[in-house]
Design a protein around this ligand. Structure first.
Ligand SMILES: *Cc1c(COP(=O)(O)O)cnc(C)c1O
Ligand SMILES: [Zn+2]
Length: 322
């Protein structure tokens, strides 16, 4: 049901049948579907009888031929009530969606499952990316599963397990002194050569399609209700942008009402470009000048390419950034 790719900043449609990176204007591209046709093909009742993984939402995902679906059983993670912690922080009804249970140990696997599946469908044989660790581990695993080559560059200070996961999956690994932007520089030549397809955060349009399934699951697991607030640990913001996109697709389908949850971006005080931009009601986030890697290494992203989309989602839903 995928119809085209759209630039959320400058508007034009792009053909989705070829590999695509950013729009010419520098914005990420978003996948668009024939939602009226999806609504005729499937409904919440039929979804409920499907397998408990993210491919239950296949009509809302970009993979056309099921033969290209590359899966390690990702998705449908539990929403765990956290009543004692909720009472302590004065949030009755607090739920935690435990994404640590997906293959490779983070929600990066959702993006990799869908991103790799679509890359394979489009005939891509070699993917490459800079990463803070988890995305590289996930894409290395799914590329191996698909029989595609992967080249991953990550900071030498990234968690050792993510390095080992890349190597175990047979990816080519570059370790870099510095941060994720330095890792990007290390493979810039390979990407420019055209020999590998750039699957950096939001530089291809399908990783966000995998991560948006968190939004569908949250709603379905609550019995097709939206929560009041969704709090998201924000690095590149793919999950936040994806959840926002999922909710608006569900609205268009008429599967949820007009009320949207407030979306909240949480960042480390040592690297908080989105929070700083939000405080001044800015449309863009300036790069964070002196980021320090905290225990939450996955969110050390000093300059996110999807900054406008993240901020727009926060403003539009009456959310905030902390
Ligand atoms: C990547 C990552 C994040 C940030 O996710 P985005 O969707 O890129 O903002 C948060 N936590 C962990 C553990 C991660 O690996
Ligand atoms: Zn554009």
């Amino acid at each position: 049901y995928l119809t085209h790719l759209e630039c959320p900043r400058c508007g034009p449609r792009h053909d989705s049948d070829r590999p695509r990176n950013l729009c010419g204007c520098g914005s990420p591209l978003l996948a668009r579907y024939d939602l009226a046709a999806v609504g005729r093909a499937v409904d919440p009742e039929r979804l409920a009888r499907r397998r408990a993984d993210l491919w239950r939402y296949r009509e809302l995902l970009p993979v056309t031929d099921p033969a290209h679906i590359t899966t390690l059983g990702e998705g449908w993670t539990p929403m765990l009530p956290a009543p004692r912690y909720g009472a302590r922080i004065d949030v009755p009804g607090l739920l935690i969606k435990d994404e640590g249970l997906v293959p490779t140990g983070s929600f990066k696997a959702r993006g990799a499952a869908v991103g790799v599946s679509r890359a394979r469908e489009l005939g891509i044989r070699h993917v490459a990316m800079p990463t803070n660790g988890n995305a590289g581990a996930a894409w290395a695993a799914y590329a191996a599963r698909a029989g595609i080559r992967a080249t991953i560059a990550m900071p030498a200070a990234a968690p050792a397990i993510t390095r080992q996961e890349c190597r175990a999956a047979g990816a080519e690994l570059h370790l870099v002194d510095g941060l994720i932007n330095d890792a990007a520089a290390a493979i810039a030549e390979l990407l420019a050569s055209g020999d590998a397809f750039d699957v950096s955060t939001l530089k291809e349009p399908y990783r966000v399609e995998g991560k948006k399934t968190m939004g569908y699951e949250i709603v379905e697991q609550l019995g097709w209700q939206v929560p009041d607030v969704i709090v998201y640990p924000t690095g590149g913001g793919v999950g936040l942008i994806g959840i926002d996109k999922a909710l608006s697709e569900l609205q268009t389908l008429g599967w949820i009402g007009s009320r949207l949850p407030r979306l909240v971006a949480v960042q480390s005080s040592q690297c908080a470009p989105v929070v700083r931009a939000f405080r001044t009601s800015a449309r863009h986030a300036e790069p964070w000048p002196d980021p320090v890697v905290s225990v939450a290494s996955g969110i050390t992203v000093p300059a996110a390419v999807g900054d406008e989309l993240i901020l727009d989602a926060l403003y539009r839903t009456g959310g905030t950034a902390l």
